[in-house]
Design a protein around this ligand. Sequence first.
Ligand SMILES: Nc1ncnc2c1ncn2[C@@H]1O[C@H](COP(=O)(O)OP(=O)(O)O)[C@@H](O)[C@H]1O
Ligand SMILES: [Mg+2]
Length: 267
Amino acid sequence: MSDGMPDGQRDELNPIISIEGITKEFQLGDITVAALRGVDLQIFPGNFVSIMGPSGSGKSTLMNILGCLDTPTAGSYRLDGDDVAKMSERRLARVRSQKLGFVFQSFNLLARTTALANVELPLIYNGVPRRQRRERARHALEQVDLADRMDHKPNELSGGQQQRVAIARALVNDPAMILADEPTGNLDTETSTDIMNLFAELNERERITLVLVTHDPETSEYTRRTIHLRDGLVEDITNSPGYKAMANRAAVPEPDAAAVPETTPAA
Ligand SMILES: Nc1ncnc2c1ncn2[C@@H]1O[C@H](COP(=O)(O)OP(=O)(O)O)[C@@H](O)[C@H]1O
Ligand SMILES: [Mg+2]
């Protein structure tokens, strides 16, 4: 299935995610629940994609498969060219920790631990030496504008700040891709806007590939492309007409904000 990228660009790149005919069935006693019923999808480096659909449409199931946290019943998944089904548990764990960053609705931070230590955690799992850990965690917190909150514990931070720490933690390994399941689901509208602007900025500035799940059309407008899921199938793929985040940010520093066009062409 097409990526919605300009043709010339697509030819030069290999997809980071390529799935074909993915199905997922859950067995509940005598009942088989078909959560995914044959999904094909390609996602290319540098894209910013939302997966949208009503509750129960299979968003989290798809996300768990993309994140190598769950295996499909049938179909193939190539992550950065590698067939995931052929990877050993060890290799999968390594791929998860080195190629992927995860952001969750509920932040999932360690409560008694500072922002800096939370962000350092993935580096400890990867055996990065202490000094380098500190430096990289600091840099990641700077990337999410939390340089002044490094020594705060989660309960000393707002919801939006906690999610920023979680995003820094996802960034710190320099992953090929960040996967986020309803990252603004626990945040108010204003804070959600901040977080979506941050994601858009990371996508544009750092060229980070982002895939996020949402049931909220407003949130999906910040992404470049939306995959619409329904009943376990891709119903439609749309490109965001406004690419909202760019228009918003352009309006801030520009003295002549009225001159900023509604639709800014995607980079
Ligand atoms: N572990 C599970 N066991 C049984 N059924 C499941 C499980 N996970 C998801 N499902 C079912 O699969 C379908 C898709 O679920 P999910 O991917 O969580 O949807 P969404 O994230 O879009 O709300 C739903 O019908 C759900 O009840
Ligand atoms: Mg879900």
